[in-house]
Design a protein around this ligand. Structure first.
Ligand SMILES: *Cc1c(COP(=O)(O)O)cnc(C)c1O
Length: 226
């Protein structure tokens, strides 16, 4: 089942777009099954659950820990960094300066440069996390100054409005895609700044049309969350 779902997505996914399989709320067996089917990139969004899964893998399936990569895609409180950062290849969901500075400090303290994406506020929902354009610009200037040596900013992440109305989703993705292009142009010195993470189960095909380099898909791979 998971294998068929992955096969169907990969059939339509351009080869240069990375599929992040979002396994949050699903048991560790789901990750193992997707791994056996060939999936190598996973996304998780709850620190406690994530840490438990990583501990299970390190005890029972260290091969998965070393061959797969795990990205954090959910809201992250700074007091939970230690549960998350040792295991991740990227934090996609940096949504405040406070978090940015905490991840940077953790990176410097641990001799690492943590790959991050800055989350841009897109959807109409007020509760959604993320930076406005002017805040992003401000942070990008600071990042380009080399002030944050513990992080490596790789691009932007965004979530479109949760709606059936395709034109709204289209407009959200268009906004982040053009802002990404603007930033790439403005900060050529930030060489690794080339990743755009947009698109989930319901809207990833639209995201592809707007320059997604990563899509984050949960339900369409693993089924409904418990
Ligand atoms: C849960 C989640 C996803 C996956 O959502 P689906 O609709 O199940 O594909 C993608 N991105 C983020 C940030 C999420 O929290």
């Amino acid at each position: 089942m998971i294998k068929d779902n992955l096969t169907n997505i990969y059939k339509e996914l351009p080869s240069e777009v990375k599929l992040v399989a979002v396994s949050k709320f699903h048991p560790i067996e789901a990750i193992v099954e997707a791994y056996e089917a060939g999936q190598r990139t996973f996304g998780e969004s709850r620190p406690q659950e994530f840490e438990k899964k990583m501990q299970w893998l390190s005890a029972k399936r260290p091969d998965i820990l070393s061959n797969a990569e795990f990205q954090f895609i959910g809201h992250l409180q700074t007091n939970k960094l230690k549960m998350v950062l040792p295991y991740v290849s990227m934090v996609q969901s940096v949504d405040s300066v406070h978090l940015l500075e905490a991840v940077d400090k953790w990176g410097r303290d641990n001799g690492r440069q943590v790959d991050i994406l800055l989350e841009m506020h897109l959807g109409a929902e007020e509760t959604k996390q993320g930076f406005a354009e002017d805040e992003l610009l401000d942070i990008m200037f600071r990042l380009s100054d080399g002030k944050y040596s513990g992080v490596n900013v790789r691009g932007l992440m965004g979530m479109a409005t949760n709606t059936e109305d395709e034109s709204t989703v289209d407009a959200d993705f268009e906004r982040i895609d053009s802002y990404m292009a603007y930033l790439v142009d403005l900060f050529p010195e930030l060489e690794g700044f080339d990743q755009l993470s947009i698109g989930m189960s319901g809207d990833w095909k639209i995201a592809i049309r707007h320059g997604a380099t990563m899509v984050r898909i949960g339900t369409a791979i693993f089924g409904e969350r418990a």
